[in-house]
Design a protein around this ligand. Structure first.
Ligand SMILES: NC(=O)c1ccc[n+]([C@@H]2O[C@H](COP(=O)([O-])OP(=O)(O)OC[C@H]3O[C@@H](n4cnc5c(N)ncnc54)[C@H](OP(=O)(O)O)[C@@H]3O)[C@@H](O)[C@H]2O)c1
Length: 254
């Protein structure tokens, strides 16, 4: 129970990696705000799953798109109203589309940037303000991607957002350090979720993906959880800020 007494807001926690992070933080004793955009039933299932473990955690679901300031305000206000403070923010809500560079429409570019990069900025700023105002030595973890460092076909917009998350992590780590707030990132490689299920169902795509991973493993959402708990445990990581841990089976080595 490393996170007993802490409150965590996890964006995009109704499914995939965010869901697994919410369950992992809750199992270490944290109270959890599960943010989602559309999938209310899925978010409620995550809430029930946490409550069923009967560790006594408080848990709420909060609808709102991280890509608009109005919604971010609502999500943060609701979390503050329920819990009185936020110690941990996990910026995880993200989207991905695969389109050749020459064919990316402006609307698709904007939508990826707004969710994957602007959303992380808006949430970080709104939550960090509550931490500063309440004297909380908080922890922010940004879920980036191995594509912050390497290229992949048809993912120019997505990769650019993750490279942006890499610098956002370092900048915010620098500027929030005087307030005792640490900011770090995790960069997963291929993790089997709704985001890439269709592609991974394609045998040729999956074989090519596995061929690029030195350890030869496609990850599961649970593979991300341990590192999140680690980065949020102040005792173990009080000196760690502005860093990125790659959880990619060695993909970024190629
Ligand atoms: N899967 C991978 O291989 C992989 C690899 C590297 C990095 N990542 C990163 O990991 C993160 C999670 O990915 P995933 O694979 O778990 O995706 P996923 O299974 O598709 O789940 C995406 C989650 O984000 C939420 N979401 C999307 N747009 C949102 C918005 N504007 N506001 C609030 N919530 C929003 C969704 O909510 P609803 O359920 O309401 O739609 C859902 O909970 C993303 O940042 C992704 O880039 C994934």
């Amino acid at each position: 129970m490393k996170l007993q007494g802490k409150t965590a807001l996890v964006t995009g926690a109704s499914r995939g990696i965010g869901r697994s992070i919410a369950l992992g933080l809750a199992s270490e004793g944290a109270d959890i705000a599960i943010n989602y955009k559309k999938e209310e039933a899925a978010a409620e299932r995550v809430k029930k799953q946490i409550q069923s473990k009967s560790t006594g955690n408080k848990v709420i679901t909060v609808r709102g798109s991280t890509s608009t300031k109005k919604d971010v305000r609502l999500v943060v206000d609701r979390t503050m109203k329920c819990f009185g403070k936020i110690d941990i923010l996990i910026n995880n809500a993200g989207i991905l589309t695969r389109t050749p560079f020459l064919e990316i429409p402006e609307t698709e570019w904007d939508s990826i940037i707004e969710t994957n990069l602007k959303g992380y900025f808006l949430m970080s700023q709104a939550v960090a303000l509550t931490m500063v105002q309440n004297g909380i030595n908080g922890s922010i973890v940004n879920i980036s991607s191995v594509l912050e460092k390497i290229t992949a076909p048809n993912l120019t917009h997505y990769s650019v957002t993750k490279a942006g998350v890499s610098m956002l992590t370092k900048q915010t780590a620098l500027e929030l350090a005087p307030h005792g707030i640490r900011v770090n990132a995790l960069a997963p490689g291929f993790i089997s979720t709704d985001m890439n299920r269709q592609e991974l169902d394609n045998k040729e795509f999956k074989e090519a993906a596995l061929g690029d991973i030195p350890l030869g493993i496609i990850g599961r959402p649970e593979d991300i959880t341990g590192s999140v708990v680690f980065l949020c445990s102040d005792k173990e990581t009080r000196l760690i800020t502005g860093t990125t841990i790659f959880i990619d089976g060695g993909r970024s080595l190629k």
